[in-house]
Design a binder for this molecule. Structure first.
Ligand SMILES: N[C@@H](CCC(=O)N[C@@H](CS)C(=O)NCC(=O)O)C(=O)O
Length: 205
């Protein structure tokens, strides 16, 4: 299988951590891709019409895209490692937590695109702040309602949250999310110490 990939994409990182945790790294070939909404560059637009990564081309020629689809597919192929998508009813909690991690990423990436891709006179401070408020509310929800799940066995929900927190450090360090979320920060330090997390940390910007 071919995984359209970038070492700085937090959505790709979700799949890479899954591959590390389940011993499946050898099942994919990595195809580097780079691009943005305003310039698709080398993004796999033929395989994924949305022009986004990750995209996973299977050996039968079919392409899966969106990290949530890819991660569920890869987890279903895994023969070892943790049950990253546990059976229902725990599944619903895991999927909601994964959606929370991905939602933080969606907002953080929109903030990044606003400042990196638009001229200063086109940027909206109110819109950027609105995206940050989505992140801030989600961080508070994680800290107050989700710690029991996060402290339990590794799931795709906790991997998504870990990837989202690393991305906040990577692109929005000035927001200093740790200062107001010490419990979550302590959990993130344990997540970051996993071999799979260390092997996939994004390169310095
Ligand atoms: N919901 C998608 C989001 C993927 C995504 O936005 N990836 C970024 C890279 S971090 C991308 O491909 N951006 C290019 C674009 O939006 O055109 C997923 O979970 O895979």
């Amino acid at each position: 299988m071919t995984l359209h990939y970038s070492a700085t994409s937090p959505y790709v990182r979700k799949a890479m951590i899954l591959l590390h945790e389940t011993g499946m790294l050898d099942s994919v070939t990595l195809a580097p891709s780079m691009g943005t909404p305003v310039d698709p560059g080398t993004m796999p637009v033929g395989a994924n019409p949305l022009g986004k990564i990750p995209a996973l081309e299977r050996d039968d020629g079919c392409t899966l895209y969106d990290s949530r689809v890819i991660c569920q597919y890869l987890a279903a192929q895994a023969t070892k490692g943790p049950a990253l998508y546990p059976a229902a009813p725990a599944l619903w909690e895991t999927l909601t937590l994964e959606a929370t991690g991905d939602g933080i990423l969606d907002a953080a990436i929109l903030m990044r695109y606003e400042t990196a891709l638009r001229a200063p006179e086109q940027q909206s401070a109110a819109w950027i702040e609105g995206q940050w408020q989505k992140i801030a509310r989600s961080l508070t929800a994680l800290e107050t309602r989700w710690m029991a799940h996060l402290e339990g066995p590794l799931t795709m929900g906790s991997i998504a949250v870990g990837c989202a927190l690393t991305y906040l450090d990577f692109r929005h360090a000035d927001r200093d999310w740790r200062a107001s979320h010490p419990t979550l920060a302590a959990w993130e330090a344990k997540f970051a110490a996993r071999d799979s997390a260390k092997a996939t940390v994004p390169p310095a910007a």
